[in-house]
Design a protein around this ligand. Structure first.
Ligand SMILES: C[S@@+](CC[C@H](N)C(=O)[O-])C[C@H]1O[C@@H](n2cnc3c(N)ncnc32)[C@H](O)[C@@H]1O
Length: 294
């Protein structure tokens, strides 16, 4: 296990259970945990599938307990897993924390669709706090358009003095954000990268500038990247070299790793673009032919 980075942004390259044990208790303001889901995804050659569901859950209960231990008394904990395991997380955590919201991250899936059952279009997220009477929730920083009020400009005549409906509101518990696609600027080479927009909402709502945000399964380090953009401090834990390299680059912690220069992978359409720059064009955009003798 190795710690990289600086005072504000640390990357712990190693196993989450071992790394979590090294952190001081009650020291983290916000934890976002997006673990392997036990559904056979390939994380850089490592297939995440436990022998049994029980073995997966036993492992999860261990790091869930450690996360609770590391959270400050007024801290918040957001945790994800596959839909089929979330009920177990819910039952386990509700004895230890206050679960304030059961969130649905909904996305449209224009790719492969299930044909003989209803395809999965969402991932669940639990939002928990240690103390429901003392936690950070910056509702004004995450307001969204209240369609009824903003678009239809309705007036509520039931009030003593008729008033216009609110045009903004705190988001409900169904959040629609596009999944990270290959052509999006934020795309990194990882099978389960979470969108910046999702983490922006979570970090803005549940932490303040200068707070410490921690992610025990960092992947592409979206959590730490957004934490940095928003002036929070961060600790990200990740097992795989390939993903630690992404974190070092995204957080501007290092330009090299084990002698290798860190740079974003060039995507196929970017090589096409580069190639096109150097190819003489024979046709003007309006279709006229340019005679090119060179
Ligand atoms: C679901 S992905 C996280 C994706 C991340 N939220 C993002 O936005 O990119 C889970 C990550 O946990 C890492 N991982 C798996 N087992 C781990 C362990 N025992 N300790 C630390 N990281 C682990 C995997 O390599 C993978 O990158």
């Amino acid at each position: 296990m190795e710690t990289l980075g600086n005072e504000q942004h640390k990357i712990i390259h190693g196993d989450a259970l071992a790394a979590l044990k090294t952190l001081p208790n009650s020291s983290v303001d916000l934890i976002f945990a997006d673990p392997p889901y036990n559904i056979g995804k390939n994380f850089n050659g490592h297939i995440e599938k436990w022998k049994t569901e029980e073995a997966y859950l036993e492992w999860c209960y261990e790091w869930l307990d450690l996360c609770i231990q590391k959270l400050k008394p007024n801290g918040s904990f957001y945790v994800m897993t596959a839909t089929q395991f979330m009920p177990f997380f819910d039952i386990y955590l509700r004895k230890k924390l206050d679960i304030l919201s059961r969130l649905i991250w909904y996305y449209d899936s224009s790719g492969v669709q299930a044909k003989k059952y209803y395809g999965s279009m969402y991932e669940p997220i639990l939002f928990c706090v240690k103390d429901k009477n003392n936690y950070t929730f910056n509702s004004n920083n995450i307001l969204v358009e209240a369609k009824t009020g903003a678009k239809r400009k309705l007036i509520d005549y039931r009030k003593a003095v008729p008033t216009v409906y609110n045009s903004e509101k705190v988001p409900g518990n169904v959040w629609e954000f596009a999944r990270v696609r290959y052509r999006m600027d934020e795309y990194e080479n990882h099978p389960t990268q979470k969108p910046v927009a999702l983490l922006e909402r979570i970090i803005k709502a549940s932490s303040n500038e200068g707070d410490l945000v921690m992610d025990p399964f960092s992947g592409t380090f979206t959590t730490c990247f957004v934490a940095k953009e928003l002036g929070r401090n961060s600790i990200g834990i990740e097992l795989q070299d390939e993903y630690v390299k992404i974190g070092l680059r995204r957080l501007h912690i290092a330009k090299e790793f084990k002698g290798e220069k860190l740079q974003k992978e060039i995507r196929t359409f970017e090589t096409e673009k580069i190639a096109n720059i150097y190819q003489p064009t024979l046709f003007e955009p309006n279709g006229t032919y340019i005679h090119n003798d060179h």
